[in-house]
Design a protein around this ligand. Structure first.
Ligand code: PEP
Ligand code: MN
Length: 366
């Protein structure tokens, strides 16, 4: 994919890129007053949804095309750039005609290659930045697929927005972040700007600061954060939007991080710690190899004695004691439980192999 770097197309761009504004454009009064109180010197694009994909009918579906007129007027009034979500070829055509500066594809659209292809078709020959939100399910190929379809249509000012993923499990997040998914995307396309949307990940105001800071700590290129003049009365996403004043304060306290540093002292010190980490990793691998040799031994012994591989009481013991040992070593017990699930799986697989080998020998003898 040919990707234009952010600094080449955002005037005076300083990391992070900031997009803010209401979830939905509701009326001229609401939209203009939401923008008016924002510190526009710190914001690169004002957002506003006008076609709102709702899970069920009957909720507020956006004011539609009329919103484009308001966005156009706001551009003029405040001298700002504006962006909105598009979900069809018609939306793209209308948004481009209205002079919208950046478009994004929403999470519910990214899941549908037909819709994305239709949008890409409407963007052929148009030079406009387009960001793609992650699909609602954690499927990296769908996300990449949408970006590739836009890239094939000639869009080079591409970006990805991480807004979290649906989960059946109840968590404190509205959409679980699964940070490893966007990180994998970024490692494959290092030039692709990666923006975090803490509003849709958190779903509530109280979580936004920490999610946004974590994104900056992970070297994200920007943030999209919803803000509204009167969040409690917002027609969509009332719990997660920040008042303009709080958004300004948030931008003051967030700490951007340097991608890396080039000075010798920093690099040398990093090298020293990395060597120690390499050594620790070697020791971990050696310990795993020792464990697996013991697993082989016990597998053979169980087989000789004709007992089942899986022993529930032992399994229970491992999953009780290891998290306890972890806690005493200041390690997260949940992390260690997860790690032992993998180790145990591998150990069962190894023993199954030993039992099967025996079968083969018997087969041969027969
Ligand atoms: C939005 O940005 O308001 C929106 C609908 O987001 P998402 O596509 O991430 O749900
Ligand atoms: Mn929203």
């Amino acid at each position: 994919m040919q990707i234009e770097r952010l600094e080449n197309w955002v005037d005076g761009h300083k990391k992070p890129l900031i997009i803010s504004g209401p979830c939905s454009v509701e009326s001229k009064g609401q939209f203009f007053s939401s923008i008016e109180q924002l510190d526009l010197s710190k914001i690169d694009f004002i957002r506003g949804g006008i076609w709102k994909p709702r899970t069920r009918p009957g909720s507020f579906e956006g004011i539609g095309k009329e919103g484009l007129t308001l966005m156009k007027a706001a551009k003029k009034e405040f001298g700002i750039k504006v962006c909105t979500e598009v979900a069809s070829a018609e939306h793209v055509e209308d948004a481009i005609e209205a002079g919208i500066d950046l478009l994004w594809i929403g999470a519910r659209t990214t899941v549908s290659p037909f819709n994305v292809q239709e949008i890409a078709g409407a963007l052929k020959g148009v030079d406009i930045p387009v960001f793609v939100k992650n699909p609602v399910n954690p499927d990296l190929s769908l996300w990449k697929g949408a970006l590739e379809r836009l890239s094939k249509a000639g869009i080079t000012k591409l970006g990805a927005i991480h807004r979290g993923f649906d989960s059946l499990q109840k968590t404190k997040f509205r959409n679980v972040p699964l940070w490893q998914v966007p990180i994998e995307l970024k490692s494959e396309f290092p030039d692709l700007p990666l923006i975090c949307d803490p509003s849709h990940i958190g779903g509530k105001r109280a979580l936004i600061h920490d999610i946004a800071q974590k994104a900056l700590d992970l070297n994200y290129d920007g943030l999209m954060i919803e803000s509204h003049i009167n969040p409690a009365k917002a027609l969509s996403d009332p719990k997660q939007q920040l008042e303009p004043k709080s958004l300004n304060e948030l931008l003051e306290v967030l700490e951007p991080r340097d991608a890396t540093k080039t000075d010798r002292v920093f690099i040398n010190h990093l090298e020293i710690i990395r060597e120690q980490i390499d050594q620790a990793d070697r020791e971990i691998l050696e310990a795993i190899a020792t464990r697996m040799n013991l697993v082989e031994k016990i597998g053979e012994y169980k087989k000789e004695n004709n007992v089942a591989i899986f022993q529930l009481s032992r399994w229970k013991e491992i999953f009780t004691t290891r998290p306890e040992w972890a806690r005493s070593l200041n390690l997260d017990p949940e992390f260690i439980k997860e790690l032992y699930r993998f180790i145990h799986q591998q150990s069962v697989q190894k023993q199954t192999g030993i039992y099967k080998e025996g079968d083969k020998e018997t087969d041969l003898k027969e």
